[in-house]
Design a protein around this ligand. Sequence first.
Ligand SMILES: Cc1ncc(COP(=O)(O)O)c(C=O)c1O
Length: 388
Amino acid sequence: MQFSFSDRYTNTPKSFLNELFRVSRDPSIISFAGGLPDTNLIDLDGIRAAASTVFEEKGRTALQYTTTDGYLPLREYIAERYQKRLGIPASPEEIQIVNGSQQCLDIIGKIFISKGTHIGMESPGYLGAIDAFSLYEPQIHTVPLIEGGPDPDSFQELIETRQPSFFYGIPNSQNPSGTSYSKDRRKELAEILRGSDCAFFEDDAFGELFFDGKPRLPMKHYLPDQTILSGSFSKIIAPGLRIGWIHAPAPVLERFNHAKQAADLHSNLLSQMILHEYLRRNDLDHHIRQITRVYKEKCRHICEHLDSLGLAHTEPAGGMFLMATLPEGLSSMKLFSEGVKAGVAILPGVPFYPEGGGEDTIRINFSSPSIDEIDCGMERLGAALSAL
Ligand SMILES: Cc1ncc(COP(=O)(O)O)c(C=O)c1O
């Protein structure tokens, strides 16, 4: 038989991520192409101890159905942390737990995008967002990332001429570029948006991972009623728990909650309770300092290698990624193929540019490989570059 798949699915370009994950699973290849946190920094003993307490003390509750909005003590923890760390007013009622912040992208797409709806995002932009939104058939318009964040003139033009439903951006240590918006740019974008009907969808997957440990005020601070803010425990505790959240204005949250209920009833309660028990017993700030110390060192190490290979690159202040630019005339797609032959995987920049471009850029993940793998992988990258 011929299955009758939806136009929505059939019209969506196939994700490059499948190919990427296939290559990244080959153990002989050193991968800078993935996006995994450092496995050695997952506090296995701590999570095991928290899990065992949950099973002993509240096991039957943890294995029951629950409400869609999520485990209240965990939402209280998140709200308190916003207030303590960033001075942002947040109540547990404004927080909804999700299956990793990736689910926010899908649900926001579902409740905001009709076929042809205009939306805006950064160029380059997060591939997982391009894939998630594309399934709802929007018209995606991009604003180039320049020094300090999205180009304000193009941003203003987009808001005025296309009236997008939302602009999706990652102000802190963006994936893929590794760049962060300056304070002035945050204010400037907020001013442009104020009074318009365009929401700012702020993905803060990396906001806790600044190498200097200093928090940056989110767009939510400058534009509270218009900003939909998402966060995640994936990069600071463990991605396998699949716990993230959304902090959104009431009219958005109401619809978000309805759409999430239709999708999965609620996020995994066992995961939520184990995570909350873990956070109750451990010093999250101390744990994050350990992670950022390691990532800072790995990032510095990779930057030195790229410098000696003569590749220009961004200088991340945090996060897990950076972008490098290839010498003129070199194609990143060719480098990907040549790299795989040499036993190293990088990610070509092209899929991050939904409106085209980026042929000479590559994304490099620095959180996952060890320092030894970085040395060996960069040597292989050098060989692949020479071969081209
Ligand atoms: C920018 C960004 N947003 C969201 C996600 C999704 O993460 P999770 O669903 O694990 O929270 C990722 C994953 O790498 C990401 O890079």
